[in-house]
Write a new protein. Structure first.
Length: 141
């Protein structure tokens, strides 16, 4: 019986997920975590332009807002031992497609164009805290 119990424990450990938390990115504003690491895959929650040290929104202009979003993602990646080079896929949600070029300019500065991740960009009716952009990513070691 001990052998079966041991095999079950090994199986359960392999199925477990690791919660990624850092003080260098905003704390969740709901029942979710900043990111989940499962095996070699990292799934981040959407990040918005909140200064993690003050909790204040940084939405003065769309480029500044996007930079805050990317820096928050960078902090979560770093906590998981990754960089933007590990990103496989990103999802960009914006409240106004007219901001696409400005958001894309800042976003592009974080990636090497030759190995940039897959991506979708979607205009939505509204985002949390009425921000203009939210981005989530999937990365792999």
């Amino acid at each position: 019986m001990k052998k079966e119990e041991n095999q079950t424990n090994v199986y359960n450990k392999k199925r477990m997920k690791k919660i990624i938390k850092t003080k260098n990115a905003p704390a969740p504003i709901g029942p979710y975590n900043q990111a989940i690491l499962k095996g070699n895959l990292l799934f981040t929650s959407g990040q918005i332009a909140i200064d993690p040290s003050t909790g204040e929104l940084k939405t003065d202009d769309i480029k500044t807002e996007t930079k805050w979003v990317m820096e928050n993602l960078k902090a979560v990646l770093n906590e998981a031992g990754m960089t933007f080079e590990h990103v496989l896929k990103s999802s960009i949600f914006l409240s106004d497609m007219n901001n696409f070029a400005a958001i894309n300019q800042v976003y592009a500065s974080y990636f090497n164009e030759e190995n940039a991740p897959a991506r979708e960009t979607v205009e939505v009716a509204r985002l949390p805290k009425d921000v203009n952009v939210e981005i989530s990513i999937i990365a792999s070691l």
